[in-house]
Design a protein around this ligand. Structure first.
Ligand code: AMP
Length: 282
């Protein structure tokens, strides 16, 4: 396994692999890797000859009062995990490499970034689409893999790839969970023991919504109200629900009344100081 930190070396290496006829799969991450990330890498390994994992905590996708400075990092541990699943190249550029002096070009998906996470994090998705475009140009992948945990992000990336004609197949990977149901996330490391013990209630409430839906409760507002009540009743710690909404799984439009198309329930919760997101296809 190779570690590359320079843009030029990364691009040269990708070009050379393509010249040799190898296919390339990219897994973009911000590091502090867990089983969710590793699952993306395993899927990438099945798909392509060369697996590239990027580890870059992207400053422009964090808001001014967010956790950029305290975002967890463990490069040595991450490299060992990448090696264990057969990654070929770990790309670890510095912020200066990605955003050199004079940088002033961004990529914006205009509509589906306005609601859900985009409502409270106004520049977040622009930061994501900008850095992912750069990573695409630096690693020249045939495939790029993203987790369904960040369901809106996956939809935004798909939109961008279609709109800008990137010749890349986007592969979504189902959410990997802890044994108690909590969706794996680098940010789970922030949770103190009591909040960590209560966090699985979020997924339990989503699963309950799924059960109610299958039993015939098909009013979106009513289902969301049930989830909200269940979470507020089962979590004692400071817990604020940022949103619970149901959206069309394919085009991400919000459903407020009767659910008649494939739908996904999405949630963001502030548990203590930690912002957690999760979702479930109904
Ligand atoms: P991050 O390092 O948080 O930016 O995540 C990098 C990639 O891993 C994104 O495509 C995420 O959606 C994906 N990912 C993070 N957590 C999970 C999980 N629990 N299950 C599946 N994919 C995940």
């Amino acid at each position: 396994m190779q570690q590359i930190s320079s843009n030029l070396k990364m691009q040269d290496s990708a070009r050379e692999s393509r010249r040799r006829g190898q296919s390339i799969a990219l897994v973009p991450t911000m590091g502090f890797l867990h089983e969710g990330h590793l699952e993306l890498m395993r899927k990438a390994r099945e798909k392509a000859d060369l697996v590239v994992v990027s580890i870059f905590v992207n400053p422009i996708q964090f808001g001014p009062n967010e956790d950029l400075d305290r975002y967890p990092r463990d490069l040595e541990g991450d490299l060992a995990k990448c090696r264990s699943v057969g990654v070929d190249i770990v790309f670890t550029p510095t912020p200066e490499e990605v955003y050199p002096e004079g940088f002033q070009t961004v990529v914006t998906v205009t509509e589906i970034t306005k609601f859900l996470c985009g409502a409270s994090r106004p520049n977040h998705f622009q930061g994501v689409t900008t850095v992912v475009s750069k990573l695409f140009n630096l690693t020249l992948p045939d495939y790029a893999l993203f987790g369904e945990k960040d369901f809106q992000q996956l939809a935004v990336i798909r939109r961008m790839v279609a709109d800008l004609h990137f010749p890349i197949e986007i592969i979504g990977v189902p959410i990997v969970r802890e044994t108690d149901g909590l969706a794996m996330s680098s940010r789970n490391a922030y949770l103190p023991p009591k909040e960590r013990a209560e966090a699985p209630e979020i997924y339990k409430a989503l699963k309950n919504a799924g059960t109610l839906f299958r039993k015939g409760l098909d009013d979106a507002t009513e289902l969301c109200r049930t989830v909200s009540e269940q979470i507020n009743n089962s979590i004692e710690s400071d817990c604020e629900i940022e949103y619970i909404e149901i959206h069309d799984t394919n085009n991400l439009t919000q459903i407020k009344n009767k659910i008649s198309t494939p739908a996904t329930i999405l949630i963001a919760v502030h548990l203590g100081k930690t912002r957690l997101i999760d979702n479930l296809q109904l």
